[in-house]
Design a protein around this ligand. Structure first.
Ligand code: HEC
Ligand code: HEC
Length: 129
């Protein structure tokens, strides 16, 4: 980020000190680097971010660098975008008729939690009997 962009960012958000700390800024500022969840308003995007965090058992800073949610610097954020694309594709292809209920993920029937179950690394096999 250039110095000017950083300054503008800080003015707009009163410079958050940690990812997730600036709740108001996050909920109201239009996103600048959203490629998959493009139909969501900032509030809905934030709800989806909370569900993603819970699905993996992590906090926002697992994927986001301090004070810059738009940055793609952290590898888990890039993985998460790949996962968003995969989950979207699965739902579109296999569960097109699923009716999303209030408070559920906007992704559809298959969500991050379906596989991850609260862990960064989803299990491959059931626990030994
Ligand atoms: C597992 C990784 C992951 C976690 C955890 C996560 N995010 Fe995100 N976040 C992403 C990805 C990926 C995108 C871009 C989505 C897209 O391209 O559609 C994003 C985008 C955003 C954006 C839009 C930034 C912009 O301007 O482009 C905001 C704001 C945001 N996240 C806030 C949060 C908050 C707040 C939390 C914690 C409650 C959080 N995120 C947790 C991966 C994550
Ligand atoms: C169909 C099952 C499935 C779904 C749904 C799914 N994941 Fe994953 N995810 C995986 C698997 C399997 C891996 C391990 C990939 C590997 O070994 O390279 C993984 C890996 C990841 C990683 C990388 C972990 C690391 O090592 O850094 C992130 C981050 C992640 N997933 C986020 C998400 C998010 C966010 C969602 C929802 C948008 C999601 N996943 C949905 C199966 C899934």
């Amino acid at each position: 980020m250039t110095a000017l962009r950083r300054l503008v960012f800080c003015l707009a958000l009163t410079c958050p000190t940690s990812a997730g700390a600036n709740q108001i800024g996050v909920a109201t500022r239009p996103p600048e680097n959203v490629k998959i969840l493009t139909e969501l308003d900032p509030q809905a995007l934030r709800g989806e971010m909370r569900r993603m965090s819970a699905a993996l058992g992590v906090t926002c800073d697992h994927c986001h660098v301090d004070g810059n949610f738009a940055s793609d610097e952290k590898p888990p954020k890039r993985s998460a975008r790949w996962m968003l694309k995969m989950t979207r594709a699965l739902n579109t292809r296999e569960f097109p008729k699923y009716q999303i209920k209030d408070g559920e993920s906007v992704l559809g029937r298959v969500t991050c939690f379906t596989c991850h179950r609260g862990a960064i690394e989803p299990p491959t096999a059931p626990p030994a009997p």
